[in-house]
Each structure stands twice: as C-alpha cells, then as structure tokens.
Design a protein around this ligand. Structure first.
Ligand SMILES: [Zn+2]
Length: 454
C-alpha cells in the first residue's frame, strides 16, 4: 500500500464517519489507522475496496484440523457490530427504494399468474403455491420451514448477520415435471439455459422463488386432489412419500434449494451482487442430508447436521480422478458451481463442512467480510483467491491434504469409529504425522492468544 493509498483509505473512512456519525465507524477508523503502521502493511494482502471498512487483522492461516477455533477479539467484535449497523442501514435504504411487497400484493399477483384455482397457503416467511395435493404441499412446506428454523439456529451459532426479510419468500410446487420445466424456463431461462442437465429443483435469485416438482411420482397415484384432513398426520404423509423411489433425493433437493432462498433473504448473501460461489453451495450441501424423525417430515437436524454421505462419495470419486492440480484453489476461483466442473460440488461441500466443523469463527468472519463487499458487480478469480487466502492461509496443497484426512475420518466415523480414533487412522493413511499436527495446533493457539490481547 502506498502512502497515497493509505491517505485515500483514511479519507474514505473519515468521510464515512462524517456521513453516518456512527460511533462504530470511529472504531473502524482507529483500526484502519492502526493497520497502516509501518511493518504491518507487509502482512496485508486483502484489497481494500471503495466504501468498505478495512478488516481488523489477518487471521491465523489454517494449519491443522485439530487446532481449536479462537474466540473473536474485541476489535473483531467492534467490526462485526459496525457491519450489523451498516447492513441495517443498507436494508432500510433498499426498502425505501423498492416497491413494497406485502403478503396481499404478492398473493394477488400469484393468483393472477397461476389462475384462480391455484392452491396456496402462507406462513411467517413463505407463500406456498401448488397444484399438487394438499398432502404433498404440506410435506414440502414442512421441510422448508424446518430448513428456515435450522438456518436461524446455524446463523445464531456462528453469529452471522440475520436481516429481516424484505418480501415474502415464494415456493412453487408442481405436480408434473413438464409444468415444472416450462415454468423454470419462464422464470429462470438465462440462469439455467447453459446447464447440460436441468436441475431437479431450483432457486432463482432473479425471481426470488424456489421451484419444485414431485420427483417421487406420488401425485400420479392420487386421482383427486384430496384435502388434508385434521386426522391426516404429517407422519402418515411423510411415510407414504418417503417409501417412493427418489424420495430421499427429492427431500435433499427441497432442503438444498430452500437453504439458498433463506440464506439470500436473511442477508448472508446478496441477490444483487457477486458472492463466493463455493460458500453458497457449500452451505446448501451442509443442510441437505436427510435427518430427524419422520414425524417432522424426515428432515430436522437435532444437535447438528449429519454427515452428507452422498457428497462423501462424490469427494472420494473426485479424489481418485485427480482432475485438478490445485483443487481447493480451483474451486474457490469459480464464479459458478456446476456439475461441469469436476471439483465444484465435492470441494465446495468439503471446504465448507471442514471449516464449519473446525474453524467456525474464521468461516463466520470470512462470510461477514464477503457480505460487506456488496453491492459487488464484478468479483474476479484473483479477488476470490486473495480473500480466501487472507482468512484461511495460502497453503492450498496442505488444505487439500487436510480435506482428504477430514473426509476419510468422516467415513470411519460413519462406520462406527469414535472421532479421535477415526482422525488418527485417517492421518495415518495420508501420512500426516500426528505430532506435527499437534505442534502446529499449539502454535496456532499461542498466536491466537497473542492476538486476542490486542
Ligand atoms: Zn445449489
């Protein structure tokens, strides 16, 4: 950073303080000035974009899966508070500009679009519009509502931003695949036209709608659109649906797409901006494995999200293929996650799950940082990589090795081994010496301790 750039950064921050008169911004100024001290600049890799407060300090790079996640420092907490204030201000400014979408206005538009015979119901966050039986719609909506509640728990646990929703979230459920595909083309043509295989469910950021169809074919066995009576329990409905072929896949698709919709609408990602693609998909894949009792529809995480066995298989298949020289870096560079890029889904899942399990604070901080870059119309692969390196280190080969150990340990754990034993065997398989890992972990802890005293 040159002297001129340092001055420019300070001026931008001073302007912001004058504009907002917010005490939190004053804290940011102090942080930014502290960072501009000689000797600190060499460690600063992350670009400072116009209008965005500079983050407080680089975090420790990831060195080992056993290293404990360090607590937020007081400076970082102040930064987070400032971000929360800024997000609120942005949301309010957007709300004032936009047409107010109320429940009534949305329902009127939906009925005009789908015809007066369309069925619908609504909850606190969602409007469901469907041509399936009430039973099938009830099952889908249960999954979506459970996903929303699980997201709130997840966001509170990681202390992620939660914005009030600006408009009701709309979920469209079709009985027939043909109708689903025709509708998909209408609302999200450009978003899916280039995909070789059509998605089984879809969340359109443009339309802000999730769209599904009955993959299980259960609707074909129902000749009349029977109403759900008070006597029909969710357990009875879910039992009937989950016996059908493709039911588990159907369930995962609904939860996956709903997670996208919820994360965008509650403020983790921004619909009008470029976002870290791997994190968007990694989060949705964290949510997708079936879990919980059938009386909750077959999806409701109890303590935490279970291992995603489908993604474990995909990761192992990718690992055997050795498709990319630096797969973690390749995955982080991507501006769109698609099946055409071999590393995209398995690596996005593995990176997100690994960071969520072992570095939740660092992951939260990264997500905060990315969210604060909005509105962002361009997001180059260099920027994506630089920001990731800033928070998680630049040892890409080392991180891929840790992911391999992590996934191997997950397999052993799902076969009944205790976590510690599974980690030990997984490290042995990949020749990652335990002593070295522990030593690095200790160093990391020490550094984290040093930083928290600032
Ligand atoms: Zn997705």
């Amino acid at each position: 950073m040159t002297l001129i750039e340092m001055k420019r950064t300070s001026i931008v921050l001073i302007e912001r303080i004058c504009a907002t008169r917010n005490v939190a911004w004053f804290l940011i100024l102090l942080i930014a000035l502290a960072l501009c001290a000689p000797g600190k600049l060499a460690a600063q890799k992350i670009p400072v974009l116009p209008g965005i407060p500079e983050p407080p300090k680089p975090l420790n790079p990831i060195v080992a899966p056993t290293a404990p996640s360090r607590p937020f420092t007081p400076v970082e907490k102040a930064y987070q508070r400032a971000i929360q204030e800024e997000l609120k201000r942005q949301a309010e400014a957007q709300r004032q500009q936009k047409e107010v979408k109320t429940l009534e206005s949305e329902l009127t538009k939906l009925l005009a679009e789908f015809g007066p015979t369309a069925r619908y119901f609504y909850t606190n966050y969602f409007i469901y519009i469907y041509d399936t039986s009430d039973a099938y719609a009830k099952w889908c909506s249960t999954l979506v509502e459970n996903a929303a509640n699980a997201y709130l728990t997840f966001a509170r646990k990681l202390k992620l931003p939660i914005q009030p929703i600006e408009e009701p979230m709309i979920v469209v459920i079709f009985s027939r695949k043909e109708d689903y595909e025709a509708y998909l083309k209408k609302v999200a043509g450009s978003e899916i036209d280039n995909a070789k295989t059509k998605p089984l469910g879809f969340y359109s950021t443009g339309a802000n709608r999730s769209v599904f169809y009955d993959m299980t074919g259960v609707e074909k066995t129902i000749t009349e659109k029977t109403n759900v009576t008070k006597k029909t329990t969710l357990e009875e409905i879910a039992t009937a649906i989950l016996r059908r072929p493709h039911a588990q896949e159907n369930l995962s698709v609904v939860v996956h797409e709903a997670t996208h919709q919820i994360a965008y609408n509650l403020g983790l990602f921004d619909r009008g901006s470029e976002n870290p693609a791997w994190a968007i998909e990694g989060l949705a894949m964290l949510f997708e494995p079936p879990c919980g009792a059938i009386k909750f529809g077959g999806w409701k995480p109890e303590k935490d999200f279970p291992i995603n066995k489908q993604r474990v298989l995909e990761f192992k298949a990718y690992e055997r293929s050795s498709a990319d020289a630096r797969p973690v870096r390749r995955c982080v560079e991507l501006d769109r996650i698609s099946g055409e890029e071999p590393c995209a889904y398995p690596l996005s899942w593995a990176i997100f799950y690994y960071l969520y399990k072992h570095y939740p604070k660092e992951l939260a901080y990264y997500l905060y940082y990315c969210r604060m870059q909005t509105p962002r119309t361009t997001y180059s692969d260099v920027e994506r990589v630089t920001e990731f390196e800033y928070f998680f280190g630049d040892d890409w080969d080392g991180m891929y090795l840790q992911l391999k150990v992590f996934v191997e340990s997950l397999i052993l754990q799902s076969n009944g081994l205790a976590e510690e034993e599974a980690n030990k065997l997984a490290r042995k398989k990949y020749n990652v010496p335990e002593e070295e890992v522990q030593e690095k972990g200790k160093n990391s802890k020490k550094k984290a301790g040093d930083k928290s005293s600032n």
